[in-house]
Design a protein around this ligand. Sequence first.
Ligand SMILES: Nc1nc2c(ncn2[C@@H]2O[C@H](COP(=O)(O)OP(=O)(O)O)[C@@H](O)[C@H]2O)c(=O)[nH]1
Ligand SMILES: [Mg+2]
Length: 243
Amino acid sequence: MPAVPANEPVWLVLPTYNEADNLERIVAAIRAQLPADRRVLVVDDSSPDGTGEIADRLAAAHDDVEVLHRARKEGIGPAYVAGFRAALDGGAELIAQMDADFSHDPADLPRLLAAAADADLVLGSRYVDGGGVTEWGPVRRLISRGGSAYARTLLGLGVNDLTGGFKVFRRAVLEAIELETIPSLGYAFQVETTYRAVRAGFEVVEVPIVFRDRRVGESKMTGSIVIEAARRVPMMRLTRPRR
Ligand SMILES: Nc1nc2c(ncn2[C@@H]2O[C@H](COP(=O)(O)OP(=O)(O)O)[C@@H](O)[C@H]2O)c(=O)[nH]1
Ligand SMILES: [Mg+2]
């Protein structure tokens, strides 16, 4: 396996909402997979289940763990924008994002980071050879696959998995795509960052991953997140940053 690019500070941004039963284990698993120059940034939207307090305890115990507390739940989009901005301000060279519910396997992190050696944006992809989804029913599969196909067609992108949330950005990408102007709140946010990166001329690669359904806690996916994505995708062409 190729090594993680040397001497590049890695920040992993981990948005959480009610992940009290996952957080400690996922943070430990992530820290074990990242190089020494690393920071795990938990972005918690005042979870009522005490996730934020657990995050504070982890941050107190480990120098490489930090917490960003936000006042209320606004969706992963604004949580990621705040987390990415903090990572850029903190000097990150590579910025990784993943879910906190073990749907994304921390053991895949070295592979994704290594792929950033010759790419600007690495996508953990369910829809390339070797990737996949386990345990989802037919409806959830259709929404995900159909959503990626819809966005791919409307936006004219050669990317197979546009809605996934397991990614690694080079800092130049996040500096270029005008994060604060992205209005998307849910899955549309994942589509929009990738779309803006492609349009800005960055090199995007897909690395196969297998997505597992969460074991613990509840999904925050709602119908309105899907509807937002369906409406937002055609609008993205109009609101991307000018080059
Ligand atoms: N900070 C923050 N995190 C969120 C929000 N919604 C979801 N998350 C987190 O984003 C990740 C993915 O969300 P999840 O509910 O598992 O969505 P699903 O995997 O698509 O069903 C998990 O780590 C959640 O805790 C939110 O509004 N704010
Ligand atoms: Mg999930």
